[in-house]
Design a protein around this ligand. Structure first.
Ligand code: HEC
Ligand code: HEC
Length: 232
């Protein structure tokens, strides 16, 4: 390779690097803007789901933070198309209030919020009461409920864990959401909706039968078992 050619190669390399870096820069800037905008959209959601998407302890409002972004986006799309009925969200989940791009941004924003399952031990030297209060709001640990956990574990592992994962935290590949870390009362309501056919499980009308074949006692046990999976 002659010196001329080598210089030309180096020049081309430098040029590509210069072209690359501004792109990387604007990419993360865009991400930051999306996150800021996500925070803004979330102000609407927070009225019901809480500032951190933590939901309500009694499960009237599910936790939406930390769910997979694609799953959140799919639910929002289903709400908008009324494939999944959610009356309280009708004023929010429509094309005017939540166009497609907003769906993507709020889904990514919520997916990125991590909710710890326990409060950190108190740091006596740097104790800040307000910070502590904020931190405690983010903690979600599903309370243990009565039910035959051993029976529930068995049914869960036989019938559900192939998609929702053995640890209960779901599978991106199977598009199945986390059931561990979600409120039991909310999950029971979904099970009833699947049984009645009001909501389609895995987009498959035949799944209603599976949910009807599993008894109330088995589901009680399963929810009791799932509630323990976020304990350590
Ligand atoms: C007026 C109250 C209210 C507001 C505001 C609201 N939601 Fe909801 N949302 C609900 C209720 C109630 C449910 C549970 C419905 C059910 O039981 O099927 C729900 C369910 C959901 C779910 C399904 C969770 C799951 O695990 O499948 C998602 C996702 C969601 N909301 C996202 C949002 C987003 C994003 C916003 C803001 C743009 C929002 N919600 C605003 C009341 C609300
Ligand atoms: C073949 C894979 C598969 C199996 C097996 C499966 N699920 Fe699911 N499940 C899904 C998918 C996919 C979704 C998301 C559905 C949607 O998009 O609305 C889902 C959603 C759910 C939800 C809604 C969660 C929420 O946040 O609203 C519940 C509850 C649920 N499944 C319970 C079960 C139970 C209980 C079993 C076992 C009896 C089970 N699933 C077995 C794939 C599966």
């Amino acid at each position: 390779m002659g010196p001329g050619l080598r210089l030309a190669l180096i020049a081309r390399l430098l040029f590509s690097l210069l072209m690359l870096f501004p792109l990387v820069g604007s990419g993360s800037e865009q991400q930051e803007l999306d996150m800021e905008y996500g925070e803004e959209i979330n102000e609407t959601c927070a009225g019901c789901h809480g500032v951190f998407g933590q939901g309500s302890i009694e499960g009237e409002y599910p936790r939406i933070a930390g769910l997979d972004a694609a799953y959140i986006a799919k639910q929002l799309k289903d709400f908008k198309e009324r494939k999944r009925i959610n009356i309280p969200m009708i004023p929010f989940a429509n094309e005017r209030e939540l166009p497609g791009d907003d769906v993507r941004i709020i889904s990514e924003y919520l997916a990125s919020i991590q909710l710890p399952t326990k409060l950190q031990p108190i740091d006596e030297e740097n104790f800040d009461a307000l910070e502590r209060l904020h931190a405690s709001k983010r903690v979600v640990n599903i309370k243990n409920i009565p039910g035959d956990k051993e029976l529930g574990r068995k049914v869960y592992e036989d019938e559900c864990s192939t998609c929702h994962a053995k640890d209960g935290y779901g599978s991106k590949k199977k598009r199945a959401p986390m059931l561990a870390g979600q409120y039991s009362e909310y999950l029971w309501r979904q099970i009833k909706n699947y049984r009645s056919g009001e909501r389609l499980h895995d987009d498959d009308p035949d799944d209603a039968e599976i949910f009807n074949e599993i008894s109330d006692a088995e589901f009680d046990g399963m929810l009791a078992y799932l509630a323990t999976l976020d304990d350590d």
